[in-house]
Write a new protein. Structure first.
Length: 331
């Protein structure tokens, strides 16, 4: 736009009605912005910023095709998992080497063909197939939603059948899980594959509902950190009419009614054991508590630890024979 034309437009604006003047000024401003962006190639500008937002550095842009590289500031989770993964594989290789030495020194047998190595699993790794029959016992305030998201994402991708509640996100909780909470899978001629919503453990009912070979997985957290997080999240100070400092004071005796009085029947003292199906009347019985933990140890194929999330994800990957991309998660 030439200087003479601009001057003429602004002179004309001074003689216009005030409202029309504002509208004309806005129109001219928008026109100038669009002209500027067109001049500076808005397509390349926006594409470059999109690439930068994902920790990518633009190398070139030609005919709408972008070439870029990942910058060092990208997420550190994948490299950490890869390092842990290599460590697990190395340990497995060492164990197989030791077993081979022991077998050779104690017996003589015919040579066997080497185990084939699947692509992408590392040298010496045994062949395995991905597993999708899973019960994930979701515990409160233990990063369980992060793990649930992994199962739901992969189950959806591979067209698996989920055990879902009729509404909300609880399956019977605070009552233990029972089969009559969900439709019989025979009605739709298919087995359930994944149970990952909130439910209280009832192993026999869950086991009878799921296919043979279903893996049982859960996650735990430091009980002190869990209780502090839960106390503030659910505002238990108002429900129990007691401050958190009282719980932190070891010299103060906690009233017995607080041990059985749970918020909405679900949330309260010893939350992990409650989610894992233990009767609240047994919380103060050390022998019964230890015996119940032993039974849990025989039920679960993997107990993840939220404070050791990276290591837990690697163990989960190997248990399910999934890829690293399958178990990537955001905090």
């Amino acid at each position: 736009m030439s200087r003479w034309t601009t001057r003429k437009c602004f002179r004309h604006l001074l003689t216009m009605n005030r409202k029309l003047s504002y509208l004309a000024t806005l129109f001219i401003a928008l026109f100038l912005i669009v002209a500027y962006l067109q001049q500076n190639k808005i397509t390349e500008y926006s594409r470059y910023n999109w690439l930068q937002s994902g920790n990518r550095e633009l190398l070139s842009l030609h005919n709408g095709i972008a070439n870029y590289k990942q910058t060092p500031n990208s997420t550190q989770l994948t490299p950490k998992i890869d390092r842990l993964d290599v460590k697990v594989i190395d340990n497995n290789v060492d164990e197989r080497k030791a077993e081979k030495v022991w077998t050779t020194s104690t017996s003589v047998s015919e040579p066997t063909a080497p185990t084939p190595t699947p692509t992408g699993t590392g040298s010496g790794s045994p062949v395995c197939s991905a597993k999708y029959n899973i019960v994930f016992l979701k515990t409160h305030k233990c990063a369980s939603s992060t793990i649930q998201n992994i199962f739901m994402r992969n189950g959806f991708t591979h067209n698996k059948v989920f055990v879902l509640p009729a509404k909300a996100n609880y399956l019977g909780h605070p009552m233990p899980f029972t089969r009559d909470l969900v439709p019989d899978p025979k009605q739709f001629a298919h087995e359930y594959n994944i149970l990952t919503h909130h439910s209280r453990l009832n192993y026999q009912s869950m086991r009878s509902l799921m296919p043979n070979g279903t893996l049982f997985i859960t996650i735990v957290r430091d009980p002190v950190d869990l209780f502090e997080s839960m106390f503030h999240y659910y505002r238990l100070d108002k429900f129990w009419n007691i401050t958190f400092d009282v719980f932190a004071n070891q010299s103060v005796r906690i009233p017995d009614k607080l041990r059985t009085n749970r918020y909405i029947g679900k949330i309260g003292i010893n939350q992990m054991m409650f989610d894992l199906g233990m009767n609240i009347t047994d919380f103060t019985k050390p022998y019964t508590l230890k015996k119940y933990i032993d039974s849990l140890d025989s039920i679960f194929d993997l107990v993840m630890v939220s404070e050791r999330m990276d290591e837990s994800l690697v163990l989960l990957k190997h248990l399910l024979c999934w890829s690293t991309d399958d178990i990537i998660a955001f905090k």
